[in-house]
Design a protein around this ligand. Structure first.
Ligand code: SAM
Length: 254
């Protein structure tokens, strides 16, 4: 059975087994641990994940791929659901990991979903567009540093693992890809209001060229706080600076 890759679903099937093997090995999943694979497609990565003694569930929205998977991997759990509409909290009784050669059009949304479920998602090894992968791993002082770098790095240790060339896929995408591993750090809760932290990070990065003070005015008014952090632009602020900034505003709101 041949599955025709569909552009609107972001389907680029991995041809190179050694890349799938590297992704699977990088997960370092312990026995019986829970794992979600997003978008198994025709099982390029799945076939290696199935060799591990883990509890694997997969989510795929392409009917043709699902038929292919049912035929070739009869024991695989495949749910025909859009991963963005799934309530991750109800999937398992305990924590889980996430993997996939992600559909690039929803990669940021997958990362936001991981952020929302940070108390459940222990780790993720995933393939992204190279630029997204680099952004995720960038630190302050770089152009690529952004909202998702701060949010994810607040709760995860991030590692850029390797770059994958266009010709590793059918059809080849227009850009290179990058594989990233993130692993939960030991911070259970930030030392600030986490909902406010999220809003502050978003507001400050939404106006990249402005000083934090100006970007935050719309949200918090001209609160007359005098602090060095408010004179910085977003790419100059580290994760702990954003936490400090949130605490500053919190004290004014209360
Ligand atoms: N894992 C396969 C591989 O490496 O060859 C396929 C990867 S392909 C880049 C992305 C897969 O995600 C496709 O099979 C596509 O149908 C599926 N997909 C796209 N959007 C999805 C969504 N919202 N939820 C679940 N799967 C999705």
């Amino acid at each position: 059975m041949y599955v025709k890759p569909k552009k609107y679903l972001g389907q680029h099937f991995l041809l190179n087994d050694s890349i799938s093997q590297r992704i699977s090995a990088s997960l370092c999943i312990e026995k019986n641990h829970n794992l979600i694979e997003i978008g198994p497609g025709t099982g390029a990565l799945t076939k290696f994940l199935l060799q591990e003694k883990i509890n694997l569930v997969t989510f795929e929205i392409d009917q043709e791929s699902i038929e292919y998977l049912n035929l070739n991997f009869p024991n695989l759990k495949v749910y025909n659901q859009d991963i963005l509409n799934v309530n991750w909290a109800t999937l398992f009784n305990n924590n889980f990991s996430v993997t996939g050669n992600f559909p690039y059009n929803i990669s940021s949304q997958i990362l936001f979903k991981i952020y929302e479920n940070r108390d459940r998602v222990d780790k993720m090894v995933g393939m992204f567009q190279k630029e997204v992968a680099e952004r995720l791993c960038s630190g302050p002082g770089t152009k690529k540093y952004g909202i998702l770098s701060v949010l994810i790095q607040a709760f995860y240790n991030v590692n850029y693992l390797f770059t994958v060339n266009e010709d590793a896929f059918d059809p080849p995408p227009k850009v290179k890809s990058g594989v990233v591993k993130i692993k939960r750090n030991n911070i259970k809760k930030l030392d600030c209001d986490e909902k406010l932290f999220f809003r502050v990070v978003k507001a400050v990065f939404n106006q990249r060229r402005k000083m934090a003070r100006n970007s935050l005015k719309a949200m918090f008014g001209d609160n007359k706080i005098d602090h060095l952090l408010l004179t910085k632009r977003p790419e100059q602020l580290s994760v702990s600076d954003f936490i400090e900034l949130t605490k500053l505003l919190e004290s004014k709101i209360k």
